[in-house]
Design a protein around this ligand. Structure first.
Ligand code: BGC
Length: 335
């Protein structure tokens, strides 16, 4: 990172009337922290992150592969072999998890300083221009991330993007939540509900095998709310220290509530609504730098992993003249 980029790193704070605050940085359009009250009215930060942008990996800090609170792009999650065919042309992407591509490649959206377009205490708009060929992707891409904090403290995250040539896009906000407010504790005692009847099983590299698996009654089934830790080590798909790291297939359309996380001890809850077709449940098993495995839970609203290589998955193709848009809403409450 250059001295100039280091100087340009800024912390931006959103504040709702009910006291909920959201701290962001333009380094990687990253959510650094969200303060919400427990049932006794005590506020605490419910995200894994740092107080200073200089502690994030792009600025030289630890946890290079954790993507703590970051915006991942151009393509969240994995693309097999770091390659895809588009209109008869094969594109070779940066293989930052060799031989595969993860969260946008070696120098991806979480590593760059985004431009600040709007920054007031209720709305932050950040933009990033990714040139044609960046990380191997076709088309110059202009991405915009808008974070809006509503009167009730609901946080809306909207991503848009346009391109100069056909390409693939899948942007995600990669927050790790620990509703206890204490990142030294495990999230296995959080209760989870996910409105999904299927997952995409993965191979040893974390890539979808192509199968869509019905999960009723299995360790992946969260249609009836239960503790994350209750069956995490039960299923061969989640064994071997891998935990949950799977894309849930979401039904329905439009922005709808797809998941709810509750921490019975503090009373804090988080409801996730999105218009996306998938939700990556990641139990944080690969954490290891400043934060212990399973000390944060990710609920990443996104398109399905490896879609550019899977004609039967919902398409992530973006053409010139069209606008990519994704909307995810985080509602903080008490249960
Ligand atoms: C992926 C994990 C990965 C993590 C951090 C998640 O979205 O599913 O496999 O380890 O991000 O990079």
């Amino acid at each position: 990172m250059t001295d100039r980029a280091r100087r340009d790193m800024t912390v931006l704070t959103l504040r709702a009337p009910n006291g909920i605050t959201v701290r962001l940085t333009n380094l990687g359009a990253t959510l650094m922290g969200i303060e919400t009250p427990d049932r006794a009215g005590r506020f605490a930060n419910i995200m894994l992150g740092y107080a200073d942008p200089a502690d994030y990996p792009a600025a030289g800090g630890p946890d290079p592969d954790a993507y703590l609170g970051a915006t991942c792009g151009r393509y969240a999650n994995r693309i097999a072999g770091a390659t895809f065919m588009l209109d008869g042309v094969r594109y070779q992407l940066s293989a930052n998890e060799a031989p595969n591509h993860l969260h946008g490649g070696e120098r991806n959206f979480h590593e760059v300083i985004w431009q600040i377009v709007v920054a007031d205490d209720r709305r932050v708009v950040l933009s990033h221009h990714s040139p044609d060929g960046d990380q191997g992707y076709p088309g110059a891409l202009d991405a915009v991330a808008t974070f809006t904090l509503g009167d009730d403290g609901e946080l809306a995250i909207v991503y848009t993007a346009t391109t100069t040539r056909p390409t693939h896009v899948n942007l995600v906000s990669h927050g790790y939540f620990n509703l206890s407010g204490d990142p030294r504790t495990s999230t296995l005692d959080h209760r989870l509900w996910i409105d999904a009847a299927e997952i995409l099983p993965i191979d040893a590299a974390g890539l979808p095998t192509g199968e869509r698996r019905a999960i009723a009654g299995s360790a992946f089934d969260f249609t009836v709310p239960r503790m994350i830790g209750s069956r995490i080590d039960d299923d061969p798909q989640a064994q071997g220290g891998q935990g949950y790291n799977h894309n849930y297939v979401l039904g329905g359309a439009g922005v709808r509530e797809v998941a709810r996380l509750e921490h019975p001890i503090s009373g804090r809850s988080l409801a996730v609504s999105t218009d996306q077709p998938g939700l990556q449940l990641y139990s944080g098993d690969f954490l290891g730098g400043s934060f212990a495995p399973r000390s944060g839970i990710c609920l990443e609203a996104q398109h399905w992993p490896d879609s550019p290589n899977r004609a039967d998955f919902p398409s992530t193709r973006l053409d010139p003249g069209a606008t990519y848009r994704s909307e995810t809403r985080l509602r903080f409450g008490l249960s």
